[in-house]
Design a protein. Structure first.
Lengths: 374, 316
């Protein structure tokens, strides 16, 4: 698409033919080009003269993308679930957020982890998150539990929202375990707005489920299923609780969400919002190999558990990418040497034969290394 | 105190306050891996409404070329970004735009197979986006930067109208009542909802690169009229090539006839009202303008949760 070789002959100097087949160059296009040729030098001129400030683009000072916060309080809200209260050291008002938003914590080890905000958006002095300890996981939750006592400082990204609450008139919330965290502020908002809503919350045992006391305060709208010995509740059964035409908001363990997605079409609901905490899967069947950048001469090792894009983005921070799953085509690069194991579903055979590669998913074939035109 | 009137006023005020704080913000932008099956698309896809169908079909001609240009410009702007959040938004934006281009290209390929040959118009657009708006080689670095900022300003102006159109199509119940093809409606509304989702990105990038007011105004004064002109030109071109239309003739339909047909379809709610579009363009000129004032992210999120294409993409 935007790669080399896209500039066709039509994009050349010649004005294209008349729209209705009259034997002449198109007059309107010729006029547009003439106007463009007059305006263009005027518009870019100021950028060429050092010291000229009129009209010139002046970048503003970079705003702080991260907030420096302090752990203002912490306490256990269930077995293995700690709740942190984060505030500005001087007690300043924090950036606003809406239900479904999350924070990215930059932990002392350098790990970055995202946690849903579970407090009240109207409380502008404090962010609350709740984190379940997962021993044997990636280590982020253990670090939050063990290495962030009250008074610790840490950098936190501004709130972002990948699970916005649209406030539909009829709503079913489905939460599994710690997946309750983004749902809780939504339920409070649904109650405040007087929506027709229900919430079904499931987990292994009552002692492991946070926020059950607050949820019970909502009365009959909330159902808590904690029969851990019976295994995970079936998705079709959960969805049967939806009012006809309702929007479902689901957050919980991946098998629960997969089940809900599979059973959704047969349910009475009509809209499905899902929050998944692990958006980018690691490479499958990855083998380590070597990546060379032809123009800079750099050699970068690509480990088995990282993508070419991961490695490239560190070395060349301006590299473009978007979906990270091999379908949008933005991260396309040109391969000068080496056999590619293509894993995208975007490029055509011709594009692949021309040396195109989507670096977010594709890798070198076994025993090969790759040379990129970078 | 306590009279019904004051109680009602108080409750209206609190509803307004609730609505004002309700709009989700800071959305994470992700492209969605949508696919559309055009094999059962009727012509015209709004039954009995060939003019409205043609006018909306211009989008399938205009958008793939235009959105691919957006992606090229934003890729060149990436090294100029010094704010992580702006960069993150731009990366999400270009992926969404690339998928929009691909989706409309699919619809275009289908229309080409069954309808008039769109190539003369497409050749002109391609030339326009490369020769008139494209990168001009050989500029010194300062001017090359100015060129990218100017292109970003044009895109910010276009994105104002795509958000306007997205908001319109999400609420255009008349299309449902007219029995419009559900796959085409899903394409338009999925696209419209993503335009609302990312409505602030080009504007915020422009403000990041050049917070000044003059460039914003200048680029809208040029972009708005050209965008309308390109659209009308595309619509007349498609109508001229449709033998079923009374106004079809080799040099294009008569302006008066095609204009009347447009206004009639717009009055029936099948097309946006031209007056609203112009007023929307004027809002962009206000000093306190921000794209979040256009359309509703809530409505967009609600649609994406029900869209067959977006739901299938989420399950992939």
């Amino acid at each position: 698409m935007s790669g080399p070789g896209h500039h066709p002959a039509a994009a050349g100097r010649h004005v294209p033919p008349d729209l209705y087949g009259r034997p002449r160059a198109d007059r309107a296009m010729r006029a547009l080009a003439a106007v463009g040729d007059v305006l263009f030098p005027l518009v870019v001129r100021s950028g060429g003269r050092p010291g000229s400030r009129r009209h010139r683009s002046t970048p503003p000072p970079a705003p702080a993308s991260a907030l420096n916060l302090v752990v203002a309080g912490r306490g256990y809200v269930a077995d293995d679930v700690v709740r942190l209260r984060l505030a500005a050291p001087d007690g300043a008002v924090l950036p606003a957020w809406r239900p479904g938003a999350h924070l990215e914590l930059r932990l002392p080890s350098g790990r970055r982890r995202r946690y849903s905000l579970c407090g009240d958006p109207a409380d502008r002095g404090v962010y609350q998150i709740a984190v379940r300890r997962v021993d044997g996981g990636g280590g982020g939750s253990v670090e939050v539990h063990d290495a962030l006592p009250t008074g610790s400082r840490l950098a936190v990204g501004r709130p972002r929202n990948a699970f916005p609450f649209a406030g539909e008139p009829r709503v079913l919330f489905v939460a599994g375990g710690i997946g309750i965290t983004p749902i809780l502020p939504m339920a409070r908002e649904a109650a405040r707005l007087g929506l027709d809503w229900r919430l079904v919350y499931s987990g292994r045992g009552r002692a492991s489920l946070p926020f059950t006391d607050e949820l019970r305060g909502f009365g009959g709208r909330v159902e808590i299923l904690s029969g851990g010995e019976r295994g995970a509740p079936d998705a079709a059964g959960l969805l049967r609780r939806a009012p006809a035409g309702a929007a479902v908001y689901a957050c919980g363990p991946p098998p629960m969400l997969d089940g809900i997605q599979a059973a959704f079409d047969a349910s009475p609901a009509s809209g499905l919002h899902v929050e998944r905490f692990a958006p980018v899967p690691p490479p499958w069947d990855g083998r380590p190999f070597e990546l060379r950048l032809a123009r800079s001469g750099r050699v970068l090792p690509v480990p088995a558990d990282r993508s070419v894009l991961d490695v490239l983005a560190e070395a060349v921070p301006t590299v473009a990418y978007s979906c990270r799953r091999g379908f949008c085509g933005i991260c396309r690069q040109r391969v000068l040497a080496g056999a590619v194991d293509h894993r995208d579903h975007r490029l055509t055979d011709t594009e692949r034969a021309d040396g195109a590669m989507l670096v977010c998913v594709s890798r070198a074939r076994a025993g090969e290394s790759l040379v990129l035109d970078l | 105190m306590g009279t019904p009137a004051t109680a009602r006023a108080a409750s209206t005020a609190s509803t307004a306050r609730a609505a004002a704080t309700f709009e989700p913000d800071g959305l994470v932008l992700r492209p969605r891996d949508v696919r559309f099956d055009w094999s059962r698309l009727p012509t015209p896809w709004i039954p009995g409404e060939p003019v409205a169908s043609h006018i909306i079909n211009v989008l399938h001609l205009l958008l793939p070329e235009g959105e691919r240009w957006f992606v090229r410009v934003f890729q060149r702007a990436l090294p100029m970004i010094t704010d992580d959040r702006v960069r993150e938004d731009v990366l999400g934006f270009i992926g969404q735009e690339a998928i929009h281009a691909q989706a409309h290209q699919g619809a275009l390929d289908h229309l080409r197979a069954g309808g008039p040959d769109p190539d003369p118009y497409l050749r002109q657009l391609e030339w326009f986006f490369h020769r008139v708006l494209g990168e001009r080689p050989g500029l010194p670095p300062g001017r090359a930067r100015e060129q990218v900022v100017e292109q970003v300003a044009i895109i910010a102006a276009v994105e104002h109208f795509t958000a306007f159109l997205g908001d319109w199509v999400l609420s255009a119940d008349a299309l449902d009542r007219a029995g419009a093809d559900p796959v085409m409606l899903d394409l338009l509304r999925w696209h419209g909802a993503e335009e609302i989702e990312h409505r602030s990105v080009a504007y915020d990038l422009l403000r990041h690169l050049d917070p000044g007011y003059p460039r914003r105004i200048r680029s809208m004064m040029i972009t708005g009229p050209i965008l309308y002109w390109l659209w009308i030109r595309g619509a007349r071109f498609l109508m001229a090539a449709d033998p079923r239309l009374a106004g079809s003739r080799p040099g294009g339909p008569r302006r008066v006839e095609s204009g009347r047909a447009f206004l009639a379809a717009s009055r029936r709610g099948l097309l946006p009202a031209p007056g609203q579009a112009v007023r929307s363009g004027l809002r962009y000129l206000r000093r306190d303008y921000h794209p979040t004032q256009e359309g509703s992210a809530r409505q967009a999120a609600a649609y994406l949760a029900t869209s067959p294409a977006a739901r299938a993409a989420a399950a992939r």
